[in-house]
Design a protein. Structure first.
Length: 333
């Protein structure tokens, strides 16, 4: 059966290994299946839920597009576009916002994390952000949404909104209820400094993540300094849950090599830490460095990137506009 794939990445800079292994690598694999229709969006309207510098935002939109392209998303096979160029997303978000319930949004853990202690000072946009995400997905009749583990709750909200709309307006199956596609293993890549914290764009320490734009020396240095414990490398996964930093590094090695955790454990049992770290850095350089070289090359040709976004956005608008028109008819406009 042909799948309609949709996903989005925020242009908030510092795209990292977690974004790649948790989401973007999967985007590329899904595109390889010929029957899939894939749409990948640079979700800049989501990025402005927190304060952005206009010049840096503009640069990050291009950089995120370059990451898509450099990772292997092919604009002749998939639609690559920019959310703010497609006004239907904002209109759809308003219409769906009248279906979503406050109680549902109040349960969103990402809002609680991002708003922090002073909720009163968070933007309204940050609070209603999951509704915009639902519009992104539902306007394209998306059947599958590849995301990292942290977006699971937002996907459930999207499903609730679709179901409620279909029920309230007695239009069964009008909005497609999408399935999340979350990697079974290694779906959460953790910080290199603290194995209990997610690898994140917004971590103040650059040492906590491998950026997709890092060069060889930066990768070697970050892996060398990555936090570990002083016990020997394990013979099985028995105590690995208690050794979160090592588990994360083993997870990264396994994920980037498309192999199981057990294979990695067997490969390194009895060896010393430096041997493992050297091999990990070497593998990361082999896989990430070609992407970073390509990103830097693409960023020199701003016109090319802008053209990709413009073409993709007009294709996306064609689809999204029709769905918004249908939604409006159903509502009674
Ligand atoms: P964001 O950067 O928040 O727009 O995330 C883009 C995609 O990367 C989403 O699908 C996230 O779930 C995924 N992602 C972000 N951080 C991580 C991480 N540390 N591990 C795995 N996936 C992640
Ligand atoms: N909220 C997602 C994130 O922070 C990004 C996103 C926006 C998205 N719209 C989407 C992901 C639609 C998948 C589908 O990572």
């Amino acid at each position: 059966m042909s799948k309609k794939i949709f996903s989005g990445v925020q242009p908030s800079g510092n795209l990292h290994l977690g974004n790649y292994l948790g989401a973007i690598k999967n985007f590329v694999n899904l595109q390889k299946e010929k029957e899939n229709n894939c749409i990948y969006c640079v979700v800049d309207l989501h990025a402005v839920t927190v304060k952005q510098n206009p010049e840096i935002l503009k640069r990050n939109i291009r950089e995120t597009t370059a990451v898509f392209l450099a990772s292997g998303i092919d604009p002749t096979k998939s639609i690559i576009f920019n959310q703010s160029m497609v006004p239907s997303h904002s209109e759809g978000a308003w219409l769906l916002g009248c279906v979503a319930r406050m109680g549902w949004l109040n349960r969103m853990t990402q809002f609680k994390e991002k708003a922090g202690k002073d909720k009163e000072k968070a933007s309204v946009g940050l609070y209603i952000y999951p509704i915009l995400m639902a519009a992104d997905i539902l306007l394209y009749d998306s059947t599958h949404v590849p995301v990292g583990e942290d977006q699971k709750q937002h996907l459930e909200l999207t499903r609730d909104i679709a179901n409620k709309f279909n029920l309230d307006f007695k239009c069964e199956n009008f909005l497609t209820v999408p399935e999340p596609l979350i990697q079974k293993n290694f779906s959460r890549i953790m910080s290199l400094k603290d194995g209990t914290k997610k690898m994140s764009k917004s971590d103040l320490s650059d040492q906590s993540r491998i950026n997709l734009t890092d060069d060889k020396d930066q990768i070697i240095n970050k892996i060398r300094k990555a936090k570990t414990d002083s016990d020997p490398l394990p013979h099985d996964d028995e105590n690995l849950n208690k050794r979160s930093e090592l588990k994360n590094l083993f997870g990264i090695f396994s994920s980037i090599n498309d192999q199981s955790l057990d294979t990695t454990i067997n490969e390194f049992k009895g060896k010393n830490f430096s041997e493992f770290k050297n091999k990990l850095a070497e593998t990361l350089i082999e896989k990430i460095n070609p992407i970073s070289i390509e990103i830097n090359k693409l960023l020199k040709d701003k016109e090319y990137i802008d053209k990709i976004l413009k073409n993709g956005s007009s294709q996306a608008e064609e689809i999204a506009k029709r769905k918004v028109e249908d939604i409006k008819k159903i509502i009674g406009f």
